[in-house]
Design a binder for this molecule. Structure first.
Ligand SMILES: CC(C)(COP(=O)(O)OP(=O)(O)OC[C@H]1O[C@@H](n2cnc3c(N)ncnc32)[C@H](O)[C@@H]1OP(=O)(O)O)[C@@H](O)C(=O)NCCC(=O)NCCS
Length: 286
């Protein structure tokens, strides 16, 4: 992918996701047309060897992104322009993404797909991915609670080593470059047994990654990441179905609304996840 491909990549990203979401009865999911370009430019900086386009008759038909992080890695987003779908372009793109992943020595490659998207599931299954976890695409409205829990504080640059150690220890993912990016774009909260990233853009807040060893730790981080938001902010996150106690607490205490299901897929080794892990779609490196 070169810089001159980015405008077309962004257009395809918007059209491909809006098309499939609208065909499944949801509203358009990419309403800001700059999002695709922001993602592509960030990933061209972060993972220059992992950004690829697929062409058909010389025209850019789609794009994909690989994020190698040593023994683990992430893939996505993967998009093919609606007019080119169903003709093998997605397969050619994924074959190249997994070839580069193997070449980089990634033993465990992860991605998140919308469970309603049977074409994407089939494409990933045929290129070696296995569905390992169910994630609930969900949101709640912030309530402007008065105080953040005492044991949680905002991370300073000097704490990034601690954040790296927590993820490494609980998830086996080593990604200091992502923490530096997230520290620049959002805020990182640190608890004795975990950490949480939040990115606030206007009235929308995205939570994650969240990593914690206990339910109390996970809930304290969610509280710390939402208490100072204006009431009724739209707070979005991917809740692992496996963490049923966290899910119940969010349903009961926060009025969580579940919108759809996603599948966390892994190609290669998989030992499960210890503790509470809320993954994110940006950066898609784990
Ligand atoms: C998902 C997407 C990338 C697939 O790209 P595509 O170019 O349409 O896919 P292809 O034509 O290469 O087909 C993919 C494979 O799935 C198979 N397939 C498709 N639908 C299937 C089904 N219902 N059951 C079984 N296999 C199916 C195809 O036969 C093909 O397998 P093959 O290579 O062994 O023949 C594309 O549809 C897209 O961009 N969708 C919208 C955005 C999106 O959801 N991206 C994924 C985000 S996680």
């Amino acid at each position: 992918m070169s810089a001159s491909d980015v405008p077309r990549v962004a257009e395809i990203f918007r059209d491909a996701f809006n098309d499939v979401y609208q065909r499944r009865g949801f509203g358009p999911v990419v309403t800001d047309h700059t999002v695709g370009a922001v993602i592509a430019d960030s990933y061209r900086d972060l993972d220059p060897g992992g950004c690829v386009v697929v062409t058909v008759d010389g025209e850019v038909a789609g794009s994909g992104f690989l994020h190698p992080r040593g023994a683990t890695g992430g893939a996505g987003p993967i998009t093919i322009a609606p007019a080119y779908q169903g003709r093998g372009a997605g397969r050619a793109l994924m074959d190249e993404v997994v070839r580069r992943s193997d070449q980089a020595g990634v033993a465990s490659l992860r991605l998140i797909q919308d469970s309603f998207n049977e074409v994407a599931y089939a494409l990933y299954a045929v290129t070696g991915f296995v569905g390992r976890e169910i994630l609930l695409r969900a949101s709640f409205r912030s309530r402007g609670a008065p105080r953040a829990p005492a044991g949680v504080r905002r991370v300073h640059r000097a704490d990034l080593g601690r954040v790296r150690a927590i993820e490494n220890d609980l998830l086996g993912i080593d990604r200091p470059q992502d923490h530096a990016l997230l520290h620049r774009l959002g805020e990182i909260f640190l608890a004795p047994d975990g950490m949480l990233v939040r990115i606030v853009r206007g009235n929308v807040t995205v939570l994650g990654p969240l990593v914690a060893t206990s339910l109390d730790g996970a809930l304290e981080l969610v509280a710390a990441g939402t208490t100072d938001l204006p009431p009724h902010s739209d707070v979005r996150l991917l809740v692992p179905a496996r963490c049923d106690d966290l899910l119940r607490a969010l349903l009961v205490d926060y009025g969580l609304e579940i919108h759809s299901l996603c599948t966390y897929m892994v190609r290669g080794s998989w030992n499960g996840v210890r503790g509470y892990y809320v993954p994110t779609l940006f950066p898609e490196s784990g």
